[in-house]
Design a binder for this molecule. Structure first.
Ligand SMILES: Cc1cc2nc3c(=O)[nH]c(=O)nc-3n(C[C@H](O)[C@H](O)[C@H](O)COP(=O)(O)OP(=O)(O)OC[C@H]3O[C@@H](n4cnc5c(N)ncnc54)[C@H](O)[C@@H]3O)c2cc1C
Ligand SMILES: Cc1cc2nc3c(=O)[nH]c(=O)nc-3n(C[C@H](O)[C@H](O)[C@H](O)COP(=O)(O)O)c2cc1C
Length: 463
């Protein structure tokens, strides 16, 4: 090679290195700006809603929410009261103690129902420890907005149980419990009007759920051809017009399928805004009669590339990184649960100073279900992942799942938790989430696990 060519190669290398450095600096600046904006927003919300100095007792707004809707309505209710000059305090139900409740005169409870009539995770401690107490609450005036879905057997089960418990303890209802079936506009308006009445304001516009927008399906590929499991598709979507909205790792989309536009279905986002698209992992559901699942069937087999998809983003604050950003992460999941794990891993990969991540992921057969294997190998090579435990249940005669691997790794789990790790679980509610919960309780102790949950260090996106 002559001297000129050597010089050229040298310059090229230098230019490439400078480009890498510049794009890295730009990424750091973006992350810093986003984090700063988030912190300022949170500080602003807290300051705006803090009780006035003269010491009037605030109205308590307590929420229990799994996917964020009850939490969103709690903040809307609190802002309405605050705007009308009523001091207000917003708390997750799990953080509310009996002591505080016995000192509260006015409280609004906005709670959804999960599992089979159960409390969401951030209300579980209250349900297990406070709602068993035989306290007296004669000073309390309360109202309950119960969120649920009437296709479940225990419609609004937790909201009903909470209301009955409060009334049995002597609390007086400010108005009758309101039950919100999905997002039925009439119940939402009724709640808003009651809260407006408490705030003595009447001239506020009706709350509206965020609108669904037109998006387009850009790409669809099957990730698990030949698998014994139902097809899992990797879908890529972009807004039909306008710019890409912002979201964070852990957030969801809701999709309205043409067959059932009144009941949108949730899907966990598998990408970050930096990817330029919303990515989803959708498992094709098939009913016993052979027909396709309404939304998953449409998304995986019917809607064509370029066709519109009616979609909106939903912040999922209980599955976001929140104040766990500086902690090691244990990501546990299976199947399409990889979506939430992928967005969190992408977020970690983009961090300058990144605490380690341990991935435990379960599927059926390594030959067909090792999706995103290249990405996992890349994260291992870059040091984003400290460990990747991929567990394939059908690769051997004996069925092995992530919860079994977790038990085998008990010592490592205890060490990671002692180092301050947060645990995120994403995927099937049946089987996986309950098995993982039992394994975690076995290794760490049920009390320690409840403390982790209260501290926001055990978070779940399970369905
Ligand atoms: C927080 C959250 C995150 C989620 N994330 C994801 C994700 O990332 N990926 C993913 O694939 N899914 C995800 N889901 C699940 C998803 O929202 C849908 O529930 C799933 O795709 C099934 O919807 P569907 O409309 O295809 O099925 P549906 O048609 O609603 O059927 C669902 C079930 O209802 C019953 N059923 C309904 N109609 C009939 C009928 N005619 N005959 C017999 N049985 C019937 C059956 O039990 C069936 O299995 C998530 C759910 C939640 C709550
Ligand atoms: C896995 C799962 C289980 C649910 N179980 C119930 C139930 O037993 N009863 C009910 O009324 N609603 C049930 N729902 C519906 C939720 O309560 C409803 O979607 C609510 O709006 C969610 O509010 P959130 O976003 O604040 O958690 C369930 C939803 C999911 C995804």
């Amino acid at each position: 090679m002559n001297a000129l060519a050597l010089l050229d190669t040298g310059w090229l290398r230098l230019a490439a290195a400078a480009a890498v450095l510049l794009s890295y600096a730009a990424l750091c600046a973006l992350v810093y700006r986003a984090e700063r904006a988030k912190r300022l927003r949170a500080e602003h919300d807290a300051a705006v809603l803090s009780p006035p100095a003269h010491g009037a007792t605030p109205v308590l707004v307590a929420f229990a929410s799994q996917t964020g809707f009850a939490e969103q309505l709690a903040w809307q209710s609190a802002r309405l009261l605050h705007t009308a000059g009523v001091p207000v305090k917003v708390v997750p139900l799990g953080a509310l103690t009996l002591d505080e409740l016995t000192r509260t005169e006015h409280a609004l409870f906005i709670v959804s129902t999960y599992g089979e009539g159960d409390a969401p995770d951030n209300g579980a401690r209250f349900a297990q420890q406070v709602m068993v107490a035989d306290a007296k609450l004669p000073q309390l005036h309360h109202a309950v907005l119960a969120l649920g879905d009437s296709s479940y057997a225990h419609f609004c089960g937790f909201g009903r149980r909470l209301d009955a418990w409060l009334q049995a303890r002597g609390a007086a209802a400010l108005f009758e419990r309101i039950e919100l079936d999905n997002e039925a506009a009439a119940a939402l308006t009724a709640w808003q009007h009651q809260v407006s009445r408490l705030a003595a304001t009447t001239d506020l516009p009706d709350w509206q759920a965020p609108a669904f927008d037109d998006w387009q399906l850009v790409e669809r590929r099957v990730l698990n051809a030949g698998s014994v499991g139902a097809p899992v598709c990797h879908l890529t979507l972009a807004p039909a017009t306008g710019t890409l909205p912002a979201w964070e790792a852990g957030d969801l989309v809701q999709v309205c399928a043409p067959g059932d536009p009144a009941r949108p279905r949730e899907y966990t986002i598998a990408s970050l805004p930096a990817d330029g698209r919303v990515h989803l992992l959708v498992r094709q559901e098939r009913h016993a009669d052979g027909s396709l699942g309404c939304a998953s069937g449409w998304l995986t087999a019917q809607v064509s590339i370029g066709e519109p998809v009616w979609l909106r983003l939903r912040p999922h604050s209980s599955f976001r990184i929140g104040d766990n950003a500086a902690r090691p992460l244990v990501l546990i999941g299976n199947g399409t649960g990889f979506a939430g794990m992928r967005s969190h891993l992408k977020a970690r990969a983009a961090m300058a100073q990144r605490p380690p991540v341990w991935l435990l992921f379960g599927e059926r057969q390594s030959a067909h279900d090792r999706y995103f294997g290249d990405e996992i190998d890349g994260w291992l090579a870059q040091g984003v992942l400290a460990h990747a435990d991929l567990v394939f249940s059908r690769d051997q005669a004996e069925r092995i799942y992530v919860q079994h691997r977790l038990l085998e790794r008990a010592q490592r789990l205890r060490e990671w938790v002692a180092e301050g790790a947060a645990i995120y679980v994403c995927g099937s509610l049946d089987g996986m989430a309950a098995g993982v919960d039992a394994a975690l309780a076995h290794v760490l102790g049920a009390h320690e696990l409840a403390l982790l949950c209260d501290a926001g260090r055990y978070r779940r996106d399970v369905y």
